[in-house]
Design a protein around this ligand. Sequence first.
Ligand SMILES: [Fe+2]
Ligand SMILES: [Fe+2]
Length: 381
Amino acid sequence: MELRVRRSCHSRIEKEEIVETEQSQGLTTRRSFVVRGLVAGAAAIAAGQWFADGSPAFAAGESGSLPAGDAAILRFLSAAEILETDLWQQYNELGGIQDKEVPGGSGNPQYTKALKVLDGDMDQYIHDNTEDEFTHFTFINAYLVSRGAKPVNLDRFRTLPSSKATGAQQIGRLTNLMKLTVDTSWFTRYRSRTKSPDLGHGFPQAIPGLSKGKFPAIPRSDADLHPAKHLQAIANTAGFHFAFIEQGGTSLYPSLAQRVTNPEVLRILLSIGPTETMHFQTWQDKAGNAPPLTDPTNGLVFPDLNKPPHGGEDFQTNLIMPEPTVFLSRKFPVCSIIRPTNTHGAAMGALKALTADGLFIGQPPAFFATLTQLAHAADAA
Ligand SMILES: [Fe+2]
Ligand SMILES: [Fe+2]
C-alpha cells in the first residue's frame, strides 16, 4: 500500500504520525489512514493528513476530520456514557456522597445506610463512578467537536420521572431505575473456567428472581423505605445492577476498539475502557456482599450464593477476579480475560441489553430510533 504523507511543520507531530503508520500497517488493509495532527502548545494545530489512494482525506458531514467509522463509534459511546451518567446521577442523588463534584441531590439516609450493608464505602464509590461517567461523555463529545465531528445530545429525551423519595431532584430523566429486570449472569460468566459468551455459551443467573419481573433499584418514594427487608432488597438490586452496567462497558470498549482505525481514537477507547473495568471489579466485589433475604412485599429472593445449591466456582462470592477460561479457541490454554469481546454487532448488543434491563421503560419510539441509528452506524464501522 502506498502512503502519501503531507509535510507537517511540527517535528513532534511528524514523529507521532510515523508511529501511527507503523501501527496501522500491521493491522488491516481496509484502513483509510486518515490521521490528523494533534493540538500542540497553546493554539497551534498542525494537521498531517495521510491518503491511502489520493482521494480526499476527510469525509464531509458528521464525522469532520475523523474516519466516518471512528466518529460513529465515538458517537455511540458518547450516547452510552450519557445514559450511564443519567442512571448513576440518580443513584448518587439518593445513595452517594453529596458534594460539588457531583451536584444535584441531597441524599437519602435510609437508602444510603442499606447500600452500606454491602460495603461501608458504597456512597464514595457511587459518587466516584458517577463523576467518572460525566467525564466520559463530556470528553468524548469535546473530542468529536475538536475534530469537526457531530457530538451527541439526548436532552430532548429527558422526560422520565424522578424518584419521589427524599433526596432526589425533581427533573426529567433519560433512564428508569424503578422497573428493572437485572441480568445477573455476569456473576457466573466471570466465574466459569470452561465457557465463554464469545463461543456461544450461556450462563446461569446468580439471582434468578431479579432476571424476571420488574424491581426498583432506588426507592420510588419514601414508602419504599419500609419495611427494612424491602429497602435492603432495593439496595441489593442496586448492588447487582451497578455491576451489570459496568460489565457492559468493560466489554463494549474492547469490542469496539477492534474496529477503530485512527490510533488516537484507539487510545481513547483503550484509556476509558479499563476504567469501566475498574468500576466493574469494585461492584462485583460489593454485589457478593448483598445479604441473603426475601423481600416481604414482592417475594424477591436473594439467595446465599456461598451455600448449596449455589457455591462452588460458579457462585463463590470472593472469586472477584476473572477465572481463566477458553479464549478464541479450545486449542489454546485457558486465559483470564474480559468477556465477551466479540466485535460483531457489539453496539446493538449493548443497546439491546440496556433495553432488556428496563432502563428505557417510558421512552418514546423516537428515542429507540435514535439509539438504534447510532448503534447501527457504530456496528457498520
Ligand atoms: Fe463510562
Ligand atoms: Fe461506567
